[in-house]
Write a protein that binds this ligand. Structure first.
Ligand SMILES: NC(=O)c1ccc[n+]([C@@H]2O[C@H](COP(=O)([O-])OP(=O)(O)OC[C@H]3O[C@@H](n4cnc5c(N)ncnc54)[C@H](O)[C@@H]3O)[C@@H](O)[C@H]2O)c1
Length: 427
């Protein structure tokens, strides 16, 4: 057994918090976040990402802090900070650099610094390592060591949790890899896969998400073709899905912190090597164009009903996926803005999102409730949150005026029989 005494997890968000809580079952663990509001909430057992239940958090031995001095005695640091893109879709490594500087300031000889943030190949060794060296005055690979272990969890997914999925690990040398295999081996029942090296592990993660993006883009593209042919893509997918090797993807918006972002990290790597990534960027373009496409379709359907500018539209769901409060990089906003630009009056409701966050990220004033609301010309099902999936005909009758339209982007009301006077459009 290696001699790991204390692990510090840096960044207690969707990834870092579950990781820290699970590791704390086996090791002495301290979690650090620079957001003191987040730290205060977590100390009272409140996790606004809904990944960890209050009773689990309260019962955990995990220490939580916003003070760097509190993690000084850790010998393993695991960095789980955000890796978004900037306004030009270029990798924004500010948090990785910031966390590395922070850790570098307290780094001691023999420590291991592991990155879990999704990055392009080379970031751990070429960006984070030098930041750690500069801040610590120590030599990477001699005085301290690097590791990488990509995170695969999926917000809101209660099945593929951090304690059940296969964890890919890579260390700067065999001894580090062994220590990481040991640490993560305690964490998960899904097994450890040792990647050839750190760059390979970084590359593996980034293509997992780019592959999903491209597959969804293909389905989105065929959806637009089938719309013109008056075919339902869901009917087509159901039939095609009976083939043993047909890949199951559904059409829709692609948002969030991962799938809509990580392909740009890979594209960045390609571009710096003088390559032009065709499929990766085409996938991004198609998926990023879906909000406008959906808004165009809804406007066309409303026009067929003689409804145009000034019509009232209710959009249900603003988060990037179902049953989570995560608003980051949600593309529902594209539909809202496109509809507004055509003169429609758009209200937005979300069953899980935080109203203050929706206001600060998108300047959208979420409706406090749907009770008593009615006489919309159109209800758009943008995110299949469970409460919306459960809508029945009576609910639509109460929300819509007589000539109303139901626009179902995720096929969540496919099997619902609507009265003839209510129109239906489905992606
Ligand atoms: N969300 C997911 O499902 C998911 C899945 C797999 C991989 N990832 C990757 O994991 C990484 C983290 O994602 P997330 O969703 O947990 O992000 P998040 O925004 O939920 O959490 C990140 C946390 O890091 C904190 N932070 C930022 N800079 C810091 C610093 N310098 N020092 C300490 N704390 C700092 C923030 O305050 C925040 O609480 C990203 O690279 C992401 O791509 C995310």
């Amino acid at each position: 057994m290696s001699d790991v005494k204390k692990i510090a997890v840096i960044g207690l968000g969707y990834v870092g918090l579950p990781l820290a809580v699970h590791l704390a079952r086996h090791y002495s663990v301290i979690g650090l976040d620079i957001d003191s509001t987040r730290v205060d909430e977590l100390k009272t057992g409140q996790d606004r990402t809904n990944e960890i239940d209050p009773e689990v958090l309260n019962a955990s031995t995990l220490d939580i802090t916003d003070q760097i001095s509190a993690i000084e005695d850790a010998d393993v640091f695991i960095v789980t900070v955000p890796t978004p893109v900037d306004s030009k879709n270029e990798p924004d490594l500010a948090a990785v650099r910031g966390a590395s500087k922070l850790v570098g300031g307290i780094l001691k000889k023999g420590a291991i610094v592991v990155y879990e943030s999704t990055v392009y190949p080379g970031v751990t060794e070429d960006v984070a390592g030098p930041e750690l060296e500069a801040a610590s005055g120590l030599v990477c690979g001699t005085d301290f060591f690097l590791g990488y272990s990509p995170e695969r969890i999926n917000p809101g997914d209660k099945e593929h949790t951090v304690d059940k999925i296969t964890k890919v690990v890579a260390g700067q040398n065999d001894e580090v890899t062994k220590t990481l295999s040991e640490i993560y081996g305690c964490l998960t029942s899904g097994g450890i896969f040792v990647a050839r090296d750190i760059r390979t592990a970084e590359a593996a993660k980034v293509i997992e998400n780019a592959q999903r993006d491209i597959n969804i883009a293909f389905i989105n593209e065929v959806t637009t073709i089938f719309q013109k042919m008056d075919l339902s893509v869901y009917d087509v997918l159901e039939a095609a899905g009976t083939k043993w090797n047909f890949l199951k993807f559904a059409p829709g918006l692609v948002g969030g912190h991962c799938i809509g972002v990580d392909p740009f990290y890979l594209a960045h790597s390609a571009t710096t090597l003088g390559l032009h990534p065709e499929i990766i960027l085409a996938g991004r373009r198609i998926n990023d164009g879906m909000g406008k496409y959906v808004a165009d379709c809804i406007a066309d359907e409303l026009a067929k009903k003689g409804t145009g500018s000034g019509a009232k539209i209710l959009v249900l769901g603003l988060t990037f996926k179902e049953n989570v409060p995560d608003l980051r990089n949600s593309r529902v906003i594209d539909i809202v803005r496109e509809l507004e630009s055509r003169g429609f009056l758009v209200d937005v409701h979300d069953a899980f999102a935080d109203a203050a966050e929706a206001d600060s990220i998108f300047e959208v004033a979420l409706m406090p409730s749907l009770d008593g609301e009615g006489s919309y010309d159109c209800v758009v099902g943008a995110v299949p949150h469970q409460p919306y999936v459960e809508f029945d005909v009576a609910r639509f009758k109460s929300l819509l005026n007589k000539n109303g339209l139901v626009a179902d982007i995720k096929g969540m009301w496919r099997s619902l029989e609507l009265p003839a006077h209510i129109g239906r459009w489905q992606l």
